[in-house]
Design a protein around this ligand. Structure first.
Ligand SMILES: *Cc1c(COP(=O)(O)O)cnc(C)c1O
Length: 375
């Protein structure tokens, strides 16, 4: 993989070796013959879909999952042969494209299937996975009769194939298992109501695969967050059977250093005022890079020590409070390790009251992803 040249020092460093190690470790907990579907939606949770997919496949994944038709077409260009499933909605008009590109679609509506049938433009078979909503309340059939009607409608067309059936759990990452068990039981009832078992039954996300009985791995598991080295919840983090390795770090450099006097203020709104003579460093990252204004006050690392972002974060830049004068070009780590210190994605998530999933996802495309396969 060729990293193209970038002139701004702000970059996300993606450790593909960590992703491979995570997939290989996770694989040890799978029953024989369970396939790994690498979930690379949303540009692989902000890590870079093509590069992550390559790494995951090398480590044992045999299928890819994305969220949208556009993501699927992008991934298909780089991977002509692997199975690609769109986990979310695809419009009827996308069906001929999916058939041509051998992209598998998720279905949950008989009307959708009938509309595809009436297009009469499918020149190749179209593979479908039926989604069952067992309690997530998002997409999927909620009644056995609807499942059977959908199944039979699909099977009435020779070029439509029920390749799989799946569900998604709402609470697999929580300690209380009652809602999870209700969903799991319902899924098994729905599966057994089908006249024949489709080729691939799947239900497990990371949390299910790590925390629940192995029979819920069925024919395939959908690995997302754990591939990226993050735990699905604080609870699962305490129960991990092996340490995950995070793959995402975020770095930049000091581009200006100035000394200010007591009483001088920093940034829009002049919200930070120095109480003593201080050194202020400017770094070229702002809310248009995904460093949203709520991160004001968040620590970053410089020379192995924690220093805070001060004042309001601007669109393209922000300021940090330095303990002493540092040189222009000094490395600043926003996420990652320096010496003995580390700032984690989990720390960022709690700073703005969200989950770790959201943190790398919202680092925008202006921040180049640089791939580091350090062995
Ligand atoms: C995103 C997603 C996953 C991956 O979940 P993780 O918790 O990241 O492992 C699995 N299945 C579906 C349907 C998803 O939308």
């Amino acid at each position: 993989m060729q990293n193209i040249q970038h002139f701004r020092p702000t970059k996300a460093i993606i450790d593909l070796q960590a992703i491979q190690n995570n997939v290989r470790h996770l694989k040890e907990y799978l029953k024989p013959n369970v396939q790994i579907m690498a979930v690379v939606k949303a540009n692989a949770y902000g890590h870079g879909d093509i590069e992550v997919a390559h790494a995951a496949i090398e480590a044992g994944a045999s299928m890819l999952a994305v969220a949208t038709p556009d993501e699927a077409l992008h991934v298909r260009k780089h991977f002509p042969n692997i199975d690609i499933l769109i986990l979310g909605y695809a419009p009827v008009l996308f069906a001929p494209y999916a058939a041509n590109e051998n992209i598998t679609l998720t279905v949950f509506s008989t009307e959708w299937v009938q509309n595809v049938q009436s297009l009469k433009t499918l020149t190749k078979p179209l593979k479908l996975h039926i989604k069952i909503d067992t309690g997530m309340g998002r997409i999927g059939v909620t009644k056995i009769e609807d499942l059977l009607h959908l199944y039979n409608t699909i099977n009435s067309s020779s070029n439509l194939i029920v390749d799989g059936v799946f569900t998604h759990f709402a609470t697999a990452d929580e300690e209380d298992e009652s809602y999870f068990n209700k969903q799991a039981n319902m899924f098994e009832q729905f599966i057994s109501a089908l006249p024949a078992k489709p080729r691939i039954v799947h239900a497990a996300n990371t949390a299910t695969m790590l925390m629940k009985d192995k029979h819920l791995q069925f024919d395939a598991v959908r690995f997302g967050i754990s591939m990226y080295g993050l735990a699905p919840s604080a609870y699962v983090k305490t129960k991990l059977p092996f340490p995950l390795q995070t793959a995402f770090s975020l770095e930049t450099e000091l581009i200006e250093v100035k000394q200010i006097q007591a009483g001088q203020s920093i940034g829009y709104g002049a919200t930070f005022t120095a109480t003593e003579p201080s050194y202020i460093g400017t770094i070229p990252i702002g809310y248009a890079d995904g460093l949203i204004r709520k991160y004001s006050g968040q620590h970053v690392l410089l020379d192995g020590i924690r220093v805070p972002i001060v004042g309001r974060i601007c669109m393209d830049q922000c300021m940090i409070l330095l303990p002493t004068a540092y040189n222009i070009g000094e490395k600043v780590t926003l996420i990652g390790k320096q010496k003995e210190e580390e700032i984690t994605i989990d720390e960022w998530a709690s700073k703005v009251d969200t989950i770790n999933y959201e943190v790398p996802c919202i680092i925008t495309s202006r921040v180049p992803r640089i791939y580091n396969t350090k062995q």
